[in-house]
Design a protein around this ligand. Structure first.
Ligand SMILES: *[C@@H]1O[C@H](CO)[C@@H](O)[C@H](O)[C@H]1NC(C)=O
Ligand SMILES: *[C@@H]1O[C@H](CO)[C@@H](O)[C@H](O)[C@H]1NC(C)=O
Ligand SMILES: *[C@@H]1O[C@H](CO)[C@@H](O)[C@H](O)[C@H]1NC(C)=O
Ligand SMILES: *[C@@H]1O[C@H](CO)[C@@H](O)[C@H](O)[C@H]1NC(C)=O
Length: 271
């Protein structure tokens, strides 16, 4: 593949995301995270803007699938991913007590992400009976999650981490209804979870290995053991940014090294 900087605007318009991310990168020698790991690529979605949806649409797809669950039909719909308060809103709509539950989700266009450091700065929803998730997904057994359940006792400080199907619940001092950065670092054999840059825990069992997408969603299906709900008022997550630093199966170490050298070997960017 070619990585001529002069083509960057054209490539960005063409939305050839795998290429444009690298060609327009101001960090051709990659990123070093706080744990010292190096990542070749990034997708940085700064959503603190009046048109957050236009930023989302560059690298993410708004989901519109539906599924019959035990208690209700759950329908992801595009209007539940929207511009609000100069950030991105993702919500589960207030449920009347009858009919489908309408939920919101975005996922990366790219499904080739394999290990990385993934961060979201957000306010969790406050309406009781929804799950707000930020996670990697390839299949139900190749999945790492950060999840918030708004009907948890002490929900403002409670976060659920998983390498599916293993779960851990952590209580943090930060108030998650204020903007808080949540992060997971997916490495071979270990996933480590952070709140505002402070390590909370890590998990080794069932760490995914497959190339994946990254998703964020707010959903509810009335499951009394998990999401509870559905919520009686809108359950809204407000998102300021999502920054993904990662390696992928479509840009290998050899091409990365030669692109870095061709760019004059500038310093690795600290993230
Ligand atoms: C639920 O919605 C269906 C379809 O609109 C309607 O036929 C039914 O009467 C409603 N049930 C209740 C309890 O409101
Ligand atoms: C909730 O958990 C209980 C106890 O483990 C189980 O009996 C029940 O089937 C679960 N309900 C659902 C909807 O998963
Ligand atoms: C919240 O949880 C309690 C049990 O702890 C349950 O009785 C209530 O229905 C739940 N509320 C919602 C909105 O899920
Ligand atoms: C990611 O890519 C960098 C640069 O090629 C490499 O040094 C690092 O080992 C890779 N990380 C993983 C987890 O594969």
């Amino acid at each position: 593949m070619l990585h001529y900087l002069i083509l960057a605007p054209l490539l960005a318009v063409a939305a050839a995301s795998a290429v444009s991310e690298r060609a327009t990168s101001s960090c051709p020698c990659g990123y070093r995270d706080s744990a010292g790991h190096i990542w070749r690529e990034s997708i940085k979605s700064n959503l603190a803007t009046s048109n957050a949806l236009s930023v989302v649409n560059q690298d993410w797809a708004v989901q519109t699938w539906g599924q019959q669950r035990d208690n209700v039909y759950m329908q992801y719909s595009a209007d539940n991913v929207y511009n609000v308060q100069n950030v991105l809103g993702i919500r589960t709509k207030a449920w009347s007590g009858n009919g489908s539950v309408y939920t919101g989700e975005i996922q990366t266009n790219r499904a080739d992400i394999q290990y990385g450091s993934f961060r979201i700065k957000a306010k969790i929803p406050t309406a009781k009976g929804a799950c707000f998730g930020f996670f990697s997904y390839q299949s139900d057994t190749q999945e790492s999650d950060i999840e918030f359940l708004t009907n948890d006792t002490n929900f403002k400080h409670t976060v659920h981490y998983s390498n599916q199907p293993n779960h851990q619940t952590v209580t943090a001092s930060a108030d998650f209804t204020a903007f808080t950065e949540h992060r997971f670092d997916w490495m071979p054999g270990q996933t480590t979870f952070y709140v505002n840059g402070a390590k909370q825990t890590s998990m080794t069992a069932n760490t995914p290995t497959a190339a994946s997408r990254i998703l964020a969603n707010v959903w509810s299906d009335g499951d009394p053991n998990w999401s509870m709900g559905p919520p009686k008022t809108n359950a809204v997550a407000l998102i300021q940014y999502i920054n993904l630093y990662f390696n992928s199966t479509s840009y290998d170490a050899t091409h990365f090294a030669s692109d870095c050298k061709a760019a004059g070997s500038p310093a690795v960017c600290q993230v």
